[in-house]
Design a protein around this ligand. Structure first.
Ligand code: NAD
Length: 301
């Protein structure tokens, strides 16, 4: 039997509708979530990411500010700008779009963001909070938080499940493993992380009730590595070529995941497509974190 396709596009749209309602209720109590995105320079990919975030924030009803800065902005001036937003009571989420120009120390800038406004969840304080778990965890990093939502909303039981995570990056592998091993709803799993140092990748994957793959290697996970009925979350986004878009006639990238989707869907119980799976969840979870931040700042939670 063919697997259920977990549509990140549909689930993200559903969460955005939920957030719209939540924000409308907050506005009645005089609280408007505020998000600022700071863009230094004119990197086309960064402009497109920031535009997407701003558009979504507007749609949900945020007070959203796009702060464009020139390419030659001094590091000290960027730090001052971050400090200004740290103090701004109308702003609950600060996002500095990466990459920054070479003369600026990215780590220094990201660490200058108030951890209580770090809606990306990458500040060392928030990484530590996630490790501690429970009520300590404030802002989960967006892609891993989106993965958890997909698993839960697809109806998979995580408690006691064997979760295998392929990849140990700080933005996907490590945080999703951490989220899944916490005590509580949508987690409480037995977690294994496999990586380039792992000897028997295949054997680990075969044990997985929930297999999360974030390696960045197209087709790394073979269909025969998948346990029948497993939930497969393919985080990988790999450009494997180009094709002419039917809509615009322009050349666009052909994207593939880390799992052989066509063969895997005949074995898995559920699987995310690439594109349209994990991808659409990331911005949505950023919005969710900003709403949470606004509520925390207003003493509503
Ligand atoms: P990364 O390169 O930082 O980390 C990849 C990890 O996979 C490493 O820890 C490495 O040990 C492991 N790995 C690589 N090759 C392996 C192999 N042959 N066997 C076992 N382990 C192997 O990448 P990342 O930032 O974690 O991203 C992973 C993939 O997810 C990329 O394709 C990226 O584009 C995608 N991604 C998607 C989203 C999204 O959809 N929103 C967000 C982040 C990343």
């Amino acid at each position: 039997m063919s697997a259920t396709i977990i549509s990140g596009k549909d689930i993200a749209a559903q969460i955005r509708e939920e957030l719209k309602k939540e924000v409308a209720e907050m506005k009645e109590k005089g609280v408007v979530p505020g998000l600022v995105t700071i863009l230094v320079g004119k990197n086309p990919a960064s402009i497109s990411y920031v535009t997407g975030k701003q558009k979504t924030a507007h749609e949900i009803g945020f007070n959203s500010i796009q702060d464009d800065q020139p390419d030659d902005l001094a590091e000290a001036d960027l730090l001052k700008l971050v400090e200004k937003y740290n103090k701004d009571t109308k702003i609950h989420g600060i996002l500095v779009q990466l990459p920054l120009p070479k003369h600026i120390d990215e780590k220094k800038v990201l660490n200058a963001i108030d951890p209580d406004k770090d809606v990306d969840g990458f500040h060392p304080v928030n990484v530590g909070r996630l490790m501690i778990g429970g009520n300590e965890a404030k802002f989960l990093p967006c892609t891993p938080a989106g993965i958890q939502e997909l698993i839960v909303r697809a109806g998979f039981e995580t408690a006691g499940a064997e979760v295998v995570v392929v990849g140990r990056s700080n933005i996907v592998g490590k945080p999703i493993a951490n989220i899944m091993l916490q005590k509580g709803k949508g987690a409480n799993a037995t977690v294994t992380i496999v990586h380039t140092g792992t000897k028997n990748l295949e054997e680990h994957c075969k044990r997985a009730d929930i297999l999360i793959v974030a390696a960045g290697v197209p087709g790394l996970v073979k269909p025969e590595w998948i346990k029948p009925g497993a939930c497969v979350i393919d985080v990988g986004v790999n450009r494997v070529g180009e094709k002419k878009s039917e809509k615009t006639g322009k050349m666009v990238a052909i994207l593939r995941g880390d799992v052989d989707f066509d063969a895997a869907k005949e074995i898995a119980g559920a699987i995310t497509p690439v594109p349209g799976g994990v991808g659409p969840m990331t911005i949505t979870m950023l919005m969710k974190n900003t709403v949470k931040s606004a509520k925390i700042h207003a003493g509503m939670v």
